[in-house]
Design a protein around this ligand. Structure first.
Ligand SMILES: [Fe+2]
Length: 166
């Protein structure tokens, strides 16, 4: 099935309007798995010459954002959460290994919080995964990759919180 950004963003809007909780997000994840398999959508919105992070759409009503990511080389990110926002990662090309972390020591004003590795899973092309509020995660890539990511409400979530492996 082919998708357009306009139709995709309207579908995400309608799903989240009906159910903004985890069940609605699961339905968005299923839809995103279909979109990331659409080569024409990828060619249009995730070209090789595009920046690493590009805002494709932000919903004026519900606040969610659809982002396109084009990574040209291997990259590791520190464990982090997105405060009170959630995120859905959909893999278009390449692979992303996602580490999930649990809290060992909460952050204080002076020191970052400490976390311990909890699980790892690999996102392959055509798959998507939901991270709910305050789930600590860190993506890593051994080579080039393309993703579409949906953020729940980036404007109200506050800053991204970074953690340190214990
Ligand atoms: Fe993240």
């Amino acid at each position: 099935m082919t998708h357009t950004l306009a139709a995709f963003s309207r579908q995400v809007h309608d799903i989240l309007l009906a159910d903004p909780g985890p069940l609605g997000r699961e339905r968005v994840r299923t839809l995103l798995e279909d979109v990331v398999k659409d080569q024409r959508f990828a060619d249009e919105h995730l070209g090789d010459d595009q920046p690493q992070r590009r805002l494709l759409y932000q919903d004026p009503d519900l606040g969610f954002a659809i982002l396109g990511h084009v990574f040209h080389e291997a990259r590791r990110t520190q464990p982090h959460d997105h405060g009170s926002s959630w995120a859905i990662y959909g893999q278009v090309a390449g692979e992303t290994t996602m580490d999930g972390w649990e809290i060992v020591e909460p952050a204080t004003e002076a020191t970052p919080g400490k976390v311990r590795l909890h699980d790892s899973s690999t996102l392959t092309p055509g798959t998507a995964r939901v991270y709910n509020e305050r789930e600590i995660h860190s993506p890593r890539r051994e080579g080039a990759a393309k993703l579409i990511r949906i953020e729940g409400n980036p404007n109200q979530a506050g800053p991204r919180i970074v953690w340190e492996p214990a």
